[in-house]
Design a protein around this ligand. Structure first.
Ligand code: ATP
Ligand code: MG
Length: 198
């Protein structure tokens, strides 16, 4: 039987907390592109954003959320690297760890727009195929990229964001059904987002 290269999806994110929008996006891309596995990679301390929750909490929530899916796995690569996370470093690490795999970097259309503007963008296109998923309220504005290295995929619209989830917890609203049950329980057990400001 002819062997095709392993196809690995990479889903980077702050995951503060991980929610069903992330999981549906990963699952849809995996189905559409015939991925063997999707690796979720929680970021180190984000440089563009508010102060995020400690990496270890974000990592563990991602593990809890993905544990039941045999094709989902979580990497510590970005949280164990010191300093802010750049997609180029994530992809270089994944390339080193899986030299024979085809890499598919999964990103929301909004996050994709900022990736295009980065330095070293040319190397990004060599390292991975990019899949920009649509997300309610976020249009893809970027135009400056090689079209053969980027696909757009419409996924079922889930207007869920981590920002909203944090705001709900802080206001005492439930996040059941927006995030996996285990993540609801993790948030409550560790009293996360009670005093959050964003
Ligand atoms: P925050 O509100 O804190 O920015 P977020 O919900 O955008 O959080 P991130 O961890 O920043 O979550 O997102 C990781 C990746 O998942 C990004 O590429 C983002 O565009 C994408 N994403 C986030 N929410 C959705 C969603 N509901 N549907 C599809 N993609 C999403
Ligand atoms: Mg975001």
């Amino acid at each position: 039987m002819a062997q095709r290269p392993r196809r690995l999806g990479i889903m980077g994110g702050t995951f503060d907390p991980i929610h069903h929008g992330h999981l549906v996006a990963a699952s849809e891309v995996a189905q559409h592109f015939g991925l063997d596995e999707v690796v979720f990679v929680p970021t180190g301390q984000p440089y563009q954003k508010r102060q995020a929750s400690p990496s270890e909490h974000r990592y563990l929530m991602t593990v809890v959320a993905t544990a039941s899916n045999p094709r989902f796995r979580v990497s510590r690569a970005d949280i164990d690297r010191s300093g802010p996370t750049y997609t180029i470093d994530t992809l270089r690490d994944m390339r080193d760890a899986h030299p024979d795999a085809e890499l598919f970097f999964i990103t929301g259309a909004d996050a994709f727009a900022s990736i295009v503007e980065w330095k070293d963008a040319d190397e990004l296109w060599e390292l991975a195929h990019f899949v920009a998923v649509t997300r309610p309220g976020h249009e893809m504005e970027a135009t400056d990229y090689p079209p053969e290295r980027v696909s757009r995929l419409e996924i079922p619209a889930l207007a869920i964001s981590s920002t909203d989830c944090r705001a709900r917890v802080r206001a005492g609203y439930p996040v059941w059904y927006l995030v996996p049950d285990g993540v609801v329980q993790y948030i409550s057990k560790h009293d996360l987002y009670r005093r959050d400001t964003a």
